[in-house]
Ligand binder design. Structure first.
Ligand code: GLC
Length: 754
């Protein structure tokens, strides 16, 4: 069982402490990096620092972006010499970062090395699938490896610190940043958050290819009202603890050395000033001693939030809340020295943050080895970039991220002996769509487009008839005739439809989940030819593609699949790889259903066809278009009834085993993501109808059966009671096992009262 699933212990200051029914076993403890040697070193260094130098360590200007090589720096070099810069955002490149590092180490009074931060979100130069796509793999080992490859490349480019993983749970696909995370589920999100932290940080922070991981954006950023980025998150204490905090706790337990504050407020308190959640929960309750960085101008934004009248008040609030590093505002370094000297900002708050910045640099070994990735001509950087192995890793990750949504009449896989293949749609040769968004160091020229992937796989044996048909987002249908004509002369059709990569990610929110422009109409016009048509979707959020269902026989969700996307899509289209991915997020029939997610409550009037006065709509089903966990294969699987080891658990022995036999009933090998969900049937507070509590990738040859076993323990059965105490209550629990949240078999057991 994935044991990274965290507990988020309640906060005594908000709830009366009472004896919980059953003591929660100790949650996984984060690795301890603090040492007496670190403390002694940092104490001695801080004793020499002036107020200005201390506040300088908390200052993080925006760097020179994607420049690599000897790009000239403008403006910051004097600030470095004066000790007014502690870390950089967005500066990369071995030669450039080393030149700046030499200024800091050799030309400033105390020689404190810089730490270079960068958005390495899903790969550095070898861009992997967007995180939502990676998450569809349900493969923490592969996801961890992808982060490890990203760290190897990024560190070779002089980067010490990545602002990833983004671990925000997202249940509103209008929100553009749903693409950057692991979807709607706290359990999956927690397992993958821990995997990504381990991948980025590696097994030893002092190794030159380790980069600090940053769990972001703390917290509940994905709960933005209206799906509008940066908007209010007005959520309950229960949702905060059950949905939005767990992936951060998993990241902390995996040893994440940094966390980034979110832009949003929660119930009136902006996160950049949220002392209860930062100081009291993160640091005191969870015992986390890492570095908390603001988001871009997040400290300054306390003014438009309306809780700071001016810059110095914004700075004082941020520092007081425990925001250690001021990204880009330059408030800490410019406006706070006077406040500190006047005694209006406690020196102790400054010292606490400075210590955490110096700890981070110490843990990376930068004081001993500030030039850890420097080679004067950038040879190491070049040697580590886009290696054949890294490309192979990206291709494998992409193959595992592709979700087969529909495959009527087994249209897929296509045969490579197809004589004429029509390739239609605005994304068939869209290089940027392979990278997706937040591929900051990625370069379009590194990407393999779908057409290039098809040509490489099919060679001259197949004639490709290419017709764009329509733009991504226009009302122009003048290209339809050419597309239909191409389809009519072909033996099969592959369409590449979806969103522009700038229609998701930061600030890229949509009020519609439809295919943009006239793409759905184009697909229907092509499907009307009666040819075998496959639609490949390239998109950064769930799409309401119900109009294609039953008309386009095969639909493959490809997200934005990375530099090797063209090859990976082709590998699956022609059956070299059998798709195994599952949806990490629900696909609604239309945006009017939002929010819609599988772990919903039953309500007092659960939806019913027979009963009018129940919770449902007049115009669309209450169920989703595609459920969380949905994903087909080129083979089929049969689940026998799950079996529990014990029908009754004693409260003092909450260990349960659930076994299920799965058989490959098809004609080819395949991997099934076996999913296990749990429901606490009756409790003192309402519980979701299902909660993911385990998944395993199971490879089966044709006709082969295997029994999968899941271990359930306290954390898998626990809930927060009405006092927010983590308990397991007596009563029945139902376990659901299957290949999707909406296709399961079940078994029940009981937790005895005494
Ligand atoms: C952006 C994003 C954050 C990113 C930071 C630095 O505004 O919110 O995720 O890491 O700025 O680029």
């Amino acid at each position: 069982m994935n044991r990274e699933v965290p507990t988020v212990p309640p906060r005594p200051l908000l709830v009366g402490m009472i004896a919980v029914l059953l003591a929660a076993p100790a949650a996984a403890k984060p690795p301890v990096y603090a040492t007496p040697a670190e403390k002694a070193f940092v104490d001695a260094l801080m004793a020499k620092m002036t107020v200005e130098e201390k506040l300088g360590q908390l200052n993080q200007p925006a760097g020179v972006g994607n420049n690599t090589g000897p790009a000239a720096m403008t403006g910051n070099e004097d600030q470095i010499r004066k000790g007014e810069i502690g870390t950089y955002l967005g500066t990369q490149g071995a030669v450039l970062t080393c030149r700046l590092q030499r200024i800091a180490v050799e030309q400033s009074r105390l020689g404190i090395p810089l730490m270079f931060g960068y958005d390495v979100i899903h790969g550095h130069r070898t861009v992997f699938p967007v995180p939502l796509g990676e998450s569809a793999s349900f493969d923490p080992v592969e996801v961890q490896h992808a982060a490890r490859v990203a760290a190897i490349e990024a560190s070779a480019h002089g980067i010490h610190w990545t602002y990833a993983p983004m671990v925000d749970i997202a249940r509103d696909p209008r929100w553009g940043r749903v693409v950057e995370g692991a979807g709607e589920d706290p359990y999956l999100g927690s397992v993958l958050a821990a995997a990504r932290v381990r991948g980025f940080q590696g097994d030893d922070l002092r190794k030159p290819d380790a980069v600090l991981a940053t769990a972001k954006h703390f917290v509940a950023y994905g709960a933005a009202e209206g799906g509008r980025d940066y908007d209010v998150a007005d959520i309950s204490e229960r949702s905060l603890h059950e949905v939005y905090l767990p992936p951060f706790k998993a990241a902390v337990d995996a040893g994440a050395q940094s966390i980034m504050a979110a832009f949003n407020e929660i119930a009136g308190v902006p996160m950049h000033a949220h002392r209860p959640l930062i100081e009291d929960l993160l640091r005191k309750e969870w015992g986390w001693d890492g570095l908390l960085v603001s988001d871009y101008t997040g400290v300054m934004e306390l003014m438009p939030h309306g809780i700071a009248a001016d810059r110095k008040q914004a700075g004082a609030l941020g520092l007081r809340a425990g925001v250690d590093v001021d990204m880009v505002s330059q408030i800490y370094v410019k406006d706070l020295p006077a406040e500190v000297k006047a005694g209006r900002v406690p020196m102790a708050q400054v010292d606490a943050s400075v210590r955490r910045v110096l700890n981070a640099k110490y843990r990376l070994g930068l004081f001993e080895n500030p030039y850890r990735s420097c080679t004067d001509d950038g040879a190491h950087e070049r040697a580590m970039t886009l290696t054949p192995q890294h490309r192979a890793d990206a291709r494998r990750m992409a193959q595992k991220s592709l979700v087969l949504l529909e495959n009527d009449n087994d249209v897929l896989p296509l045969s490579k002996s197809v004589r004429t293949l029509a390739v239609i749609g605005p994304l068939a040769d869209h290089r940027r769509a392979m990278l997706g968004n937040w591929a900051v160091a990625g370069r379009e020229e590194d990407a393999v487009t779908p057409i290039e992937g098809l040509k490489a796989a099919l060679g001259d044996g197949t004639r490709l008839v290419i017709a764009k048909g329509a733009d991504i987002d226009s009302q122009d249908t003048s290209g339809f005739a050419q597309a239909v004509a191409a389809a009519k002369q072909a033996d099969a059709v592959v369409m590449f439809l979806g969103e522009h990569p700038d229609m998701s990610a930061e600030a890229n929110n949509r009020t519609s989940l439809d295919l943009p422009g006239v793409q759905e109409q184009l697909a229907l016009a092509v499907a009307a030819t009666g040819k075998p048509v496959v639609a490949v979707l390239l998109n950064g959020r769930p799409l309401s593609i119900g109009g294609l269902k039953g008309k386009v026989p095969a639909i493959l969700e490809a997200w934005f699949p990375g530099v090797e996307g063209g090859h990976a899509i082709t590998d699956v289209l022609f059956g070299d790889v059998n798709p195994s991915a599952k949806l990490p997020v629900t696909f609604p029939h239309n945006v009017g259903q939002v929010p819609i997610y599988y772990a919903h409550k039953n309500t007092g009037r659960p939806p019913s066809e027979q009963e009018k006065y129940t919770s449902k709509y007049l115009d669309v089903p209450w169920t989703p278009l595609y459920a969380f966990g949905h994903g087909l294969s080129y083979t089929t699987f049969r689940y026998d009834a799950p079996v529990v080891a014990k029908k009754t658990l004693a409260p003092s022995a909450l260990q349960q085993q659930v076994s299920v036999r799965v058989t490959n009933t098809g004609k080819r090998e395949g991997v099934e993501v076996v999913q296990l969900y749990v429901r606490d049937d009756v409790a003192t507070v309402t519980r979701p109808v299902k909660q993911l509590r385990g998944f395993q990738r199971l490879a089966l040859a044709p006709g082969e059966s295997k029994t999968v076993t899941f271990d359930l323990g306290f954390e898998d059965l626990a809930m927060y009671d009405d006092r927010m105490q983590r308990v397991v209550e007596p009563g029945t629990f139902t376990v659901y096992v299957g290949g999707s949240s909406d296709r399961t078999r079940e078994v029940a057991f009981e937790v005895a009262a005494q």
